[in-house]
Design a protein around this ligand. Structure first.
Ligand code: 6A9
Length: 792
């Protein structure tokens, strides 16, 4: 009996990690359907491609664009998914309202493509849309480039597409059907030099084939390209031209990967090759849209675009008031681009995470789920990250509260019965194709800062402070549906991330191979390689997590109070966790005069080449290359970690400190000290005086949160200075002065880097202010807009 009981226990524990939270779903199952939410059905929800659209549904038919420059002197340079390796001079949405239209500029080497879309509602399936692509050569280009645009539609296991060919090779349109779109037609208009001008010479090619999955589209097009074509304009030189030709899928053989036994779906490509300057329109028309007044093309499209742009500009000023604050037009343009690219970076993903708990020998597939979310970076990580999203929604909720509610609801809806939400969401084959295998599995003991509480705080602020009736009427039911899961979420952190002392906390999931890293990482905290205790142990306590919990308990109490639910326990937790005496006891290091983590720690570590024993007379190259390993010169002991930087600022960043706390004096001093945290470009992540400042973690692992300037934390710092600068206390003036200085430094640098490099960046170098890391990064770096607007 005991044996079977143990077996049963084990298997039911093993299933917990993949069992969704049992309370009623946060979102109705059809909440994103064309019927319930037609205005948001189609969108640029494929942030990983330069230009593409899909619907907010699990296996959407997708539309997209690839392009290549026809040059004989270089290799084929087909552009499709956003890749840093493409080395574009810049790309991103300049305007995007999140719903009805967008304007993007893509600067390739010799020319610029402007890609615009406008949607029009009508019928029962999300309506129509039109794309307009305008190509202009750069003044630096020696001759007008000949460019191929490859517009495509692709099905993803459902629906059908058919090429309608006219005049030999010209694919005039694609007709299609799917259950959620009904019948539709995509028409490819001929290129013009401009909106009112006459037709332009172009050569046409097309491909009608099938694909085993959306992540294969680029390869299929690449493999179908043939150099045998000619482009011969009536006046002008003939030249070779590369174009799609027949595609032969690789022969099926037995050792096929399971991925390729998937159902094959229609894939149709229209290639048009034309010399700049030109403009081309593509229109999608929904079959159920019967009383369409006219076609959304040409001058009607222009009018429609102009109208949307004007509305966007008005709403932008009304929301952020940058003009009235005296910002110049170029700053405002930058801010619009930052917001637009976050909106244009919203994705709709569908699929299964791969997860594991201690009760599973092997990783399991999480239940299929949908995620509507912003992404940190369209090129390098175009997918959802839990703590990034809380920051994203701080900005987006100002622009469109409904969109924020939907994104938050999707995230909270992904919670399992334990109260865990996977930190990095790699949903669907397309997303998975971008991630190395070792990063795919998400473990259920791992947390990530609960920044969604920051976003929720923003949302409830509207209900209590500015009782916009319409908004509160939507917010309360929304919170009510979230609430059972929020309770479990909060409990999950409290229980699974509990620290060694009462009311202390500890991030789980630190690196285990201690001897391979200068300092074992804490990816779960979001601050990856920020120095923590040198020897991870159960004795650790982490000050940032303590503060996140103090904040979370406060928001839980407010939400419970708003909903008329029992709130005393949350209030009590909040009182305890924000008690400044407790914080001092647990985390104030006298030696550093700063808040600090505590744990089994030694400063005396360094990386050294491992000794590789090569027996005498044996060739050296037959033995492994010496790698760097950690040398510990003095044994660790229980003590404060004393790494001054972002982590030590948390009681200030999350405004846990009382305005009269004498600790503020130290914090403000360290912040302003150029030998510690201050730079002319923002606060650096780790003090210049720290022994691990700008130190690599392994030979392959450059410093990340050990010096560079990150905008999310700088946003929290500016926000906290604003708070302490506006509240009575001995440090009021000092905080107010620092506020002005820090805010100006950050805004100016992110702006200047954008002008100089064409991008907003993941982080900024502390010594020069230069943008570095992944780009474009219009996740939390776009919070610069809120600093400009002074909305906290
Ligand atoms: C691994 C590479 C094609 C790291 O912005 C997302 C996260 C943050 O949440 C975190 O705080 N970034 C920060 O420290 C980026 C993480 C990217 C992981 C990608 C696979 C794929 O290569």
């Amino acid at each position: 009996i005991w044996f079977f009981y143990a077996l049963w226990m084990r298997s039911s524990l093993a299933k917990r990690v993949v069992t969704l939270h049992p309370s009623p779903p946060v979102l109705d199952s059809n909440s994103t359907s064309a019927k319930v939410s037609p205005e948001r059905f189609w969108g640029s929800y494929r942030p990983q491609v330069y230009f593409g659209m899909k619907t907010r549904s699990p296996r959407s038919i997708v539309a997209g664009m690839m392009w290549m420059h026809q040059r004989s002197d270089t290799d084929i340079n087909l552009r499709h998914t956003c890749e840093q390796g493409d080395r574009l001079q810049g790309y991103g949405w300049l305007m995007h309202d999140g719903i009805t239209f967008g304007v993007q500029e893509i600067r390739d080497n010799d020319f610029t493509l402007t890609t615009e879309f406008v949607k029009r509602m009508g019928g029962d399936h999300g309506g129509d849309w039109t794309w307009r692509v305008t190509a202009k050569q750069h003044s630096s280009a020696s001759q007008a480039p000949v460019i191929s645009l490859l517009f495509y539609a692709a099905a993803d296991t459902q629906g059908s597409l058919e090429a309608q060919v006219e005049e030999r090779n010209r694919l005039a349109s694609i007709t299609g059907f799917s259950e959620e779109l009904g019948n539709f037609k995509i028409t490819f208009r001929k290129p013009l030099t401009g909106e009112l001008s006459s037709a332009k010479y172009a050569s046409y090619h097309y491909l009608q084939t099938v694909s085993p999955g959306l992540e294969k589209l680029t390869d299929i097009v690449k493999l179908s390209l043939n150099r045998r074509f000619v482009y011969s304009p009536p006046s002008g030189e003939k030249r070779h031209c590369i174009a799609v030709d027949t595609y032969k899928p690789p022969p099926h053989h037995n050792q096929q990967k399971p991925a390729d036994t998937r159902k094959e779906s229609d894939f149709v490509v229209h290639q048009v090759t034309v010399q700049t300057p030109f403009q081309i329109e593509v229109l999608f028309e929904s079959g159920s849209f019967h009383n369409r007044p006219n076609q959304l093309v040409g001058s009607i499209m222009t009018e429609e675009l102009e109208k949307r742009k004007a509305e966007f500009n008005l709403k932008f000023e009304k929301t952020f008031g940058l003009q009235s604050k005296g910002f110049s037009q170029t700053y405002i343009k930058f801010a619009k681009a930052a917001l637009s690219n976050m909106l244009g970076g919203m994705g709709y993903f569908y699929g299964q995470s791969v997860v594991q708990s201690v009760y599973n020998e092997y990783p399991l597939l999480y239940p299929e789920g949908a995620l509507f979310t912003a992404v940190p970076s369209r090129s390098f990580f175009p997918r959802g990250f839990l703590w990034d999203e809380g920051f994203h929604q701080l900005l987006l909720s100002k622009w469109d509260p409904q969109l924020s509610r939907e994104a938050i609801a999707h995230w909270i809806g992904l919670m399992n019965m334990e109260g865990w939400i996977p930190r990095e969401q790699i949903l669907g084959d397309e997303a998975r194709s971008k991630v190395p295998a070792e990063f795919v599995v998400q473990r259920n003991e791992n947390a990530n800062p609960p920044t969604l509480f920051l976003a929720l705080q923003e949302i409830i602020k509207h209900v209590s402070a500015n009782p916009d009736k319409a908004e509160s009427e939507l917010t309360l039911p929304f919170l009510r549906r979230l609430f059972p899961r929020l309770k479990t979420w909060f409990e999950w952190y409290n229980i699974t991330q509990a620290g060694p002392l009462p009311n202390s906390y500890r991030w789980r999931g630190r690196d285990k191979d201690t001897n391979l890293f200068l300092n074992p990482k804490t990816l779960t905290s979001g601050l990856d390689d920020y120095p923590r205790a040198s020897h991870p142990s159960a004795n650790e306590r982490h000050v940032d997590l303590h503060c996140w919990m103090a904040l979370s308990s406060r928001i839980m109490a407010s939400i419970a109070r708003l909903l008329g639910e029992p709130h005393q326990d949350y209030e009590h937790s909040h009182q305890v966790l924000s008690d400044n005496n407790l914080l001092n006891e647990l985390h104030w290091s006298e030696q550093l005069s700063a808040f600090s983590d505590f744990g089994n720690h030694t400063h005396a570590v360094s990386l050294q080449q491992e000794k590789v024993y090569v027996p005498p007379g044996q060739p050296r190259h037959q033995f492994p290359v010496a790698r760097l390993v950690r040398i510990v010169r003095r044994a660790p002991k229980l003590q404060y970690v004393n790494a001054l930087g972002y982590v030590s600022l948390f009681p200030f960043l999350l405004q846990i400190l009382q305005p009269d706390s004498p600790k503020l004096e130290h914090i403000l001093r360290d912040m302003r000290d150029s030998n510690k945290l201050w730079t002319p470009y923002g606060l650096r992540s780790l003090s210049k005086a720290d022994p691990l400042y700008m130190k690599r973690n392994t030979e392959h692992d450059a410093p990340y949160w050990r010096g560079p300037i990150w905008i999310n934390i700088n946003y929290l710092a500016v926000r906290a200075l604003h708070h302490y600068g506006n509240i009575e206390g001995p440090y009021k003036e000092k905080a107010a002065a620092l506020y002005e200085e820090l805010r100006t430094n950050i805004i100016n640098n992110v702006y200047r880097q954008y002008l100089e490099t064409g991008y907003i960046w993941e982080q900024y170098e502390d010594t020069t202010g230069r943008g570095q890391g992944s780009h474009p990064f219009t996740g939390w770096s776009a919070l610069t807009v809120l600093m400009m607007a002074e909305q906290y």
